[in-house]
Design a protein. Sequence first.
Length: 275
Amino acid sequence: MGKTIQRLIATINDLVLQLKNSRTETAWEILVGVGIVVSFLVAVIIVLIGRETAPDFRKFDAGVERKQAFFSYFLPLIDQRNKELMVLRKELQKLSGERSQLSFFERRKVAQLASTYAVENFSFDDPADWNSLLQKIDVVPPSLALAQAANESAWGTSRFAREGNNFYGQWCFVEGCGVVPAAREKGANHEVAGFDSAKESVEGYIHNLNYHPAYSGLRSIRAGLREREELVTGLKVAAGLKSYSERGEAYIEELSSMIRFNGLDEHDAIINKAD
């Protein structure tokens, strides 16, 4: 949020400087440009002010109270994104069945999805490409998303969660894209990604699991469950997260233990009913 506003203010300052140094005939054009940027800045501020901010989970007592606050806040965000994906998935399944008769706009939408989800050289005539896309546009079990958010953010109290709305430990590799880890090795260029809201962090995490090559195992497990008409649960698909942490199997076991101990698997019912 702060970086967006800073960039807009810098643009305004640049335009004002040009206005001071401009000839009369170009001054009006620059003034109009300033007006447009100012209007956009006001609109951005209005939108961002209205955006919900995650609670400061440090204010809740550690233990049951903090857990309840954490799960109550994140579950609706996770469920909402999963609902959106289910709607998109069903639409894509319908288009797949009609692929020889798609309109220009339908083809363009599918092509954009293939690009977003990194399905390279997508062919409308190839059923395998449609299946690859459908494997990537699918839900993430709420139990897993809740457990990972709690694990990666220390129940919302970590520096990265508080300063950058990053509840899943996602990295980015462009200078200024997030928060620099205090213990980052010399020569490393990664940062812990910054998000404008917890909602964006949830969406980024789910997209990461759905498109990144490192999590193809998770997607294969999920697709296999669908093919066998079995329930998609966090405990089942967690096995595909070996690449999420350097701890590998120990990390997966820790997530599974969190799901069991906190009874999070009950929240997976909604994604299986929806399907």
